[in-house]
Design a protein around this ligand. Structure first.
Ligand code: PNS
Length: 184
C-alpha cells in the first residue's frame, strides 16, 4: 500500500453544516383492529422504523354492528403488544380521520396494502382524505408476505367456526378471543 492513493489519503476535520430542517414526522395508523392481527403488528413495526412517531388510531365504530371487542379492549391489546416500540402510541378516534390527524398534528396516514384487491378501497380513501386535507399524505406499506391473506374479518370467521388462528394473532389476542367468545 506504500505510496498508493489509499495510504496518502488525508482526512481533514472540516465542520459540515447541514441545512436540513429538524422535522419530525408523525403518522397515524388508523383502523378497526377488531381484533389486532399479526399483520397489523407487522405494519406497526415497519411504520415505527420510518416515522418519528406513530399513533395507532382505533376507530370507535358504532356503525359496525357487533364488534368482537370494545374499543377500550382493542386499545388495551394494542398497547400491550406495541409496548416494545418507544415511538408508538395508541388512541381512539371518532368522526373524520383527517380531523383526528389534525388534532394529533400528524403529517401522514399509514395504511397497509396486502393485495391488489385492497387497492381500490384504499385509493378511494386516500384521495378523499387528500381532498379533505391536502396537507396529509397517505403512505402505503406492505406487510410480510406470510400475513398477506390475514384480515380481522377472516380471523373472526375462522375462530368462530372452530379453526385455528394461532400464529396469525398475538398470543394475548388469542387468549382474549378464547375467553371472550369460545369457538362454537
Ligand atoms: O381497518 P379498517 O376497518 O379498514 O379501517 C377503516 C378506517 C378506520 C381507516 C376508515 O373507515 C376511516 O378512516 N374511518 C373514519 C371516518 C372517515 O374519515 N371516513 C372518510 C375516509 S375517506
Amino acid at each position: 500500500m506504500r505510496g498508493s492513493s489509499a495510504s496518502r489519503c488525508i482526512v481533514a476535520a472540516i465542520p459540515i453544516q447541514f441545512d436540513l430542517p429538524m422535522n419530525t414526522v408523525r403518522a397515524i395508523y388508523p383502523g378497526s383492529f377488531d381484533p389486532p392481527t399479526n399483520g397489523h403488528l407487522d405494519l406497526i413495526a415497519r411504520g415505527s422504523k420510518i416515522f418519528d412517531h406513530l399513533v395507532v388510531a382505533v376507530l370507535n365504530n358504532a356503525e359496525k354492528e357487533q364488534p368482537l371487542f370494545t374499543s377500550p379492549d382493542r386499545v388495551e391489546m394494542l398497547r400491550e403488544t406495541t409496548r416494545e416500540f418507544g415511538n408508538v402510541s395508541v388512541e381512539t378516534f371518532d368522526g373524520l380521520l383527517v380531523e383526528f390527524a389534525r388534532q394529533q398534528r400528524a403529517q401522514a396516514v399509514l395504511r397497509g396494502i396486502r393485495a391488489i384487491s385492497d387497492y381500490e378501497y384504499e385509493f378511494q380513501m386516500a384521495l378523499m382524505n387528500r381532498r379533505l386535507a391536502p396537507e396529509l399524505e397517505t403512505v402505503f406499506m406492505m406487510p410480510a408476505e406470510k400475513y398477506s391473506y390475514v384480515s380481522s374479518r377472516l380471523i373472526k370467521q375462522v375462530f368462530h367456526l372452530g379453526g385455528s388462528v394461532e400464529g396469525l394473532v398475538p398470543p394475548i389476542v388469542l387468549e382474549r378471543m378464547r375467553r371472550h367468545s369460545p369457538p362454537i
